[in-house]
Design a protein around this ligand. Sequence first.
Ligand code: 7PM
Length: 276
Amino acid sequence: MELRLGKRVLTLEQPRVMGVLNVTPDSFSDGGRYASTDNALAHAQEMYRAGADIIDVGGESTRPGAKAIPLQVELDRVIPVVEGIAARIDVPISIDTSKPEVMLAAASAGASMINDIYALRRHGAIDALADLDVAICLMHMQGEPRSMQTAPDYADLPRDIIDFLAARVAVCTAAGIDRGRLVVDPGVGFGKNDRHNLTILAKLDQFDELGLPLLVGLSRKQTLGSLTGKPADERAAAGVAAALEAVARGANIVRTHDVAETVDALKFANAVRQAG
Ligand code: 7PM
């Protein structure tokens, strides 16, 4: 399996690491330390050196209860960062956004992947991407960030999520988007309680039926806090364990704030797998 991102091809025989670069002043886990462009570029460089295969730039907090931000604010935050990374670092850049205008501007600035927690359900998103050469991550979310954690409810997990993702893939391919550009993601924590999140992980191998690269983001999330009793900035070890569990069940890309730790853990897991 491999993923096409513009001119690049990312082979997926080995698991890949997506490093999270928040450029939100209210980011829940790093206190907005990377709010300025220079700090963001330094953080991107650090994650690249630590072995990140993709840098995911996000300007709109998607934390439960968060409010949407105006288009211009999001553009002003993320576009200078995308341009800066593209000029300095030879790494695929992903843009974490749901707004078609931000998708287009980021792609022009050098992003080669769109990471959309709405799976292109926002008006105009599909049309914006149909003619671009970027990779697209389609994530499942029940509800929307403002209210999604109030009463998440599923008839059947992971079936409901797999069916949703299959439907979004069908919409994309019908619009002319090549399957070779698509990635799917169960959306841990997006309209899911702890039990839902753990069930998704336990049954992650069922997502194989979609036949597409699988991205999973567990880093610093609430379920890790529930299990360890620790705040977001002390969840790295649990997050690494979660990433290994995800990869053992078929995840191809893990999205994490803790790149160095995750890369080391995956090196060890890969070595054991290859020795067997
Ligand atoms: C609260 C909940 C705060 C979740 C922050 C988050 C994912 C994502 C995010 C994911 C993909 C965070 C998340 N999570 N995109 N964006 N998959 N594709 O940990 O799991 O940064 S935001």
